[in-house]
Design a protein around this ligand. Structure first.
Ligand SMILES: [Zn+2]
Length: 417
């Protein structure tokens, strides 16, 4: 099934696109968009979003972790709450869509439901998180982790390049870092967390689809492979007598690619290759490789890491070199909730979109809720799969499609609960 075609853009989608462009003015750079956490640009974006939220009938507050919360109350004091959010901080020289899209669409969906007089049987909160990209401080996801009850107070001590701590920046922003733990939501009273985000990859565009449902946010393993051979004179060391660490490393790179290609949805990358003391006339005596392995399934990822280790040892043995593999980072996958994802998929299908599922290769605020709340994500096609660049782009038509699906999802979740 192909998505609806034609240029018809509902006012909500057109307004969302216009608002995303307007938010570009909230930047700390003269040219282009740079909006780091807890900066004047962040403040200006919150002022604009606060206005959008109030216009949609939401009650607005800034929470202790710097998240702007727009709340629509439920019918009863003990009504459960649906969380919808994304982030509004950016990388340097960013695009307009990575993050703000999910916040603006949440607000527009609530505005649409309000205009149609829909009364939901639960409360909704639209969340504008301010700390996803991790550009200013080494730690990240402060806002979403706070809500998930997974906030690490040690991250208050992390400092930016100017020596300002997160604690100091939060206080200057009008937040109370000592109350962050109180922002944690009770899972028993929360329906789940939903995030709309541009795909930041080329899959939807390649398939001609406007929307996709995320199966899981990929887990990741990172580490280093060190190969030790024997350096020698490139002119005098016969080929058969070499223990060339560089050639062994090259073979390991090919093995990494082969293992990744044999595993569905798994990606593995050697992004850095170093030959210490490398020179044009020296047989490499050592080589160092970085390794990054990601998959929506932790079992596949860990099995791939072990397969790479075994192959690297095999290659090393056959070439008479030594090899060690040191995995320093292990982030488990954050699977999306099947029922919540199915509800989102059904909304998309009712609007004529295919039920297409894909994993998320990039991290998102949603992963903070792993194991704590049901989470679901809707991906929106972006041109060329480009992100973290000024030419990042999602069309008004696709934005309208995402808005319609999100609105329909919220309304039907209401009917079903
Ligand atoms: Zn993002």
């Amino acid at each position: 099934m192909s998505p609806p075609t034609g240029p018809r853009i509902e006012p909500g989608g057109a307004r969302a696109s216009a608002r995303l462009q307007a938010l570009n003015a909230a930047s700390d750079a003269q040219d282009g968009l740079t909006r780091l956490t807890l900066t004047p640009a962040h403040r200006r974006a919150l002022d604009m979003l606060g206005d959008f939220m109030r216009e949609a009938g939401l009650a607005v507050r800034l929470d202790a972790a710097g998240t702007l919360v727009g709340r629509c109350e439920g019918p009863q004091a003990d009504s459960k709450t649906l969380l919808i959010g994304s982030h509004i901080d950016s990388v340097r020289n960013a695009g307009s869509f990575d993050g703000p899209l999910g916040v603006v669409l949440g607000i527009e969906a609530m505005a649409l439901l309000r205009a149609r007089g829909v009364r939901l049987p639960f409360a909704v909160e639209i969340l504008a998180f301010g700390d996803e990209e991790g550009v200013r401080f080494a730690t990240t996801l402060t806002g979403s982790r706070a809500l998930a009850g997974a906030f690490d107070p040690a991250s208050l001590d992390s400092r930016d390049a100017q020596g300002v701590s997160r604690r100091e920046a939060l206080v200057a922003f009008g937040c109370d870092p000592d109350r962050i733990a109180h922002e944690a939501r009770d899972p028993a009273r929360t329906l789940g967390y939903v995030e709309v985000h541009i795909e930041q990859g080329p899959v939807l565009e390649r398939r001609g689809l406007a929307l996709g449902l995320v199966t899981a946010i990929n887990g990741a393993s990172r580490g280093e492979i060190a190969v030790t051979g024997e350096a020698g004179h490139s002119g005098t060391t016969p080929m058969a007598m070499r223990r060339d660490a560089g050639v062994a490393a090259a073979q390991i790179v090919l093995a990494v690619e082969e293992i990744a290609r044999a595993t569905p949805d798994l990606v593995a990358t050697v992004g850095r290759i170093e030959i210490p003391h490398g020179a044009v006339n020296v047989v490499p005596g050592a080589a160092r490789l970085s390794l990054d392995v990601r998959s929506p399934r932790d079992g596949d990822r860990l099995a791939a890491v072990e397969a790479i280790r075994a192959r690297a040892q095999e290659i090393a043995r056959s070439r008479g070199v030594g090899v060690t593999m040191d995995m320093s980072y292990d982030m488990p996958a954050a699977p999306c909730d099947p029922a919540l994802t199915q509800a989102l998929a059904q909304a998309a299908q009712r609007l004529g979109h295919a039920d297409f599922r894909l994993p998320s290769g990039a991290g998102h605020d949603a992963m903070a809720f792993r194991g704590r709340l049901p989470l679901a994500m809707l991906f929106v096609r972006c041109r060329g799969g480009v992100s973290h660049r000024p030419d990042e782009y999602a069309s008004p038509q696709d934005i309208e499609s995402a808005l319609a699906a999100l609105t329909d999802f919220i309304e039907h979740l209401g009917a079903g609960s």
